[in-house]
Design a binder for this molecule. Structure first.
Ligand code: JFZ
Length: 426
């Protein structure tokens, strides 16, 4: 038995095959916190009272929520899967849960917003993932999170109020069951997150995982329920992929035996997950593309975050980046999908990705001469510019054999003084 897989449900390797092929996804953080527009942690960070937070509940109308637009933006960007916050730490549910009143159905929006998301993305052929916060600042039986304890328990009277954590677990398990029962096939369940001793069996994680797999045998689960996904024999709940956040692990993620395991870096476009009206610190399209390439060159995926505004619209800045990424992907997607790391060392001019016997050279630094490929002398059958198929010359320039360090290397000449694609020339 590998990673909790039984014969009927398949192994992690089988489950994650599509995920490693698809490589690039869209993360969406959207909820009541999009109204105050200071990030998704606002209720915890600002110790906001329940009464104050409920004013957002009373006005949340999602009047420009059109997930078909989100899905077509994702599709055009070349993203193959998506993950939406069905419930974040604030406990507000975008779906029509029978287990709470704190849900979109009871706001002016008046409908199940997860249903529309699932339908829209599925219609575009994009795999559907659901983010679900196991932390909950709204539920009376949730203890809170460290010094960012339950905002409702700030005052003395409430601080020592007894809680029945099992009742919370029943609620949490029940909502996961709803999410995995009511919307057809779900591709990813993205839990967030374990901390301190709140990890693993504290969440009744084995029971939870078995329930999940009995409903959705092929679903992928992240590693934030706890456990050690890198162990030789990970816990059943240790997940299918590792989820580094706001960082690309320099050496990728390997298990204790040094074998690469599936991972996905989640990265924000500016400095916030949820909408922040004043945060204009957006990454450049070039950074986004090169970061995606870096992930893949280390056998990982990129889950790129968008924080739509209170009304449900993605920011103009985000849409421009997605559009430009898409333009690049249209011409260079072959160097992304189904690709992984190369055994060759990182070249000084950029990065390699590889798919079987095709090596993709992502050239960032043009220099002035031909581009040197260490160790590939006599091994390159042909070289092409990926974006338009132009044949490139593989040659050893005059006198190159005399240079001390080119032994065993080959050179490829790019015409023109500048790189044809300033984002990333492949
Ligand atoms: C979590 C959330 O708190 C955050 O709002 C966002 O949804 C992000 C994707 O996930 O952020 C974390 C989770 C874990 C750690 C740090 C931030 N951690 O373990 O250090």
């Amino acid at each position: 038995m590998e990673n909790g897989g039984t014969e009927e449900m398949g192994t992690r390797e089988e489950r994650t095959r599509w995920f490693l092929q698809d490589r690039f996804g869209m993360f969406i953080h959207w909820g009541l916190y999009s109204i105050p527009a200071r990030g998704e942690w606002i209720r915890g960070n600002e110790r906001m009272s329940r009464e104050h937070y409920m004013t957002y509940f009373d006005e949340f109308d999602a009047s420009r929520y059109d997930p078909k637009k989100w899905a077509s933006a994702a599709k055009a960007a070349g993203q193959k899967y998506a993950v939406l916050t069905t419930k974040h730490h604030d406990g507000f549910c975008l779906f029509d849960s029978k287990l709470t009143d704190f849900k979109a159905t009871n706001t002016p929006a008046g409908r199940d917003l997860v249903r529309e998301y699932v339908d829209a993305f599925r219609a575009e052929g994009i795999a559907v993932g659901l983010y679900y916060s196991i932390i909950d600042w709204h539920h009376d039986d949730y203890p809170g999170y460290g010094d960012k304890a339950h905002p409702d328990r700030d005052n003395e009277a409430a601080k020592d109020k007894p809680i029945d954590f099992d009742r919370y677990l029943e609620y949490m398990h029940g909502q996961v069951k709803e999410l995995l029962t009511n919307y057809g096939k779900i591709d990813i369940m993205w839990f967030d997150f374990s901390y301190d001793n709140m990890t693993g069996e504290k969440w009744k994680a084995t029971e939870l995982i078995r329930m999940i797999r009995s409903i959705q045998p092929d679903i992928l689960i992240d590693n934030r329920l706890g456990g050690n996904i890198r162990a030789a024999e990970p816990e059943e709940y240790a997940g299918d992929f590792f989820s580094p956040e706001q960082i690309i692990p320099p050496g990728g993620i390997v298990d204790v035996n040094g074998q690469s395991i599936p991972w996905e870096a989640c990265i924000t476009l500016n400095d916030n997950w949820g909408y922040h009206s004043e945060d204009k610190n957006y990454k450049s399209t070039q950074q986004v593309i090169r970061s995606m390439v870096e992930c893949i060159s280390k056998n990982g995926n990129l889950l790129l975050n968008i924080g739509p505004d209170a009304k449900g619209e993605m920011t103009r800045e985000s849409l421009v980046i997605l559009d430009e990424v898409g333009e690049w992907m249209r011409l260079n997607g072959d160097s992304i999908y189904g690709c992984g790391s190369s055994l060759l060392a990182k070249p000084e001019w950029g990065r390699y990705t590889q798919k079987a016997n095709k090596l993709y050279a992502h050239v960032y630094d043009r220099g002035i001469g031909p581009i040197y490929f260490q160790g590939l002398k006599g091994k390159i059958k042909k070289a092409r510019l990926l974006r338009d198929g132009t044949e490139l010359k593989v040659e050893v320039p005059w006198m190159a054999e005399e240079y001390s360090d080119v032994n065993g290397g080959a050179f490829i000449t790019l015409k023109g003084a500048k790189l044809p694609d300033e984002m990333d020339t492949v």
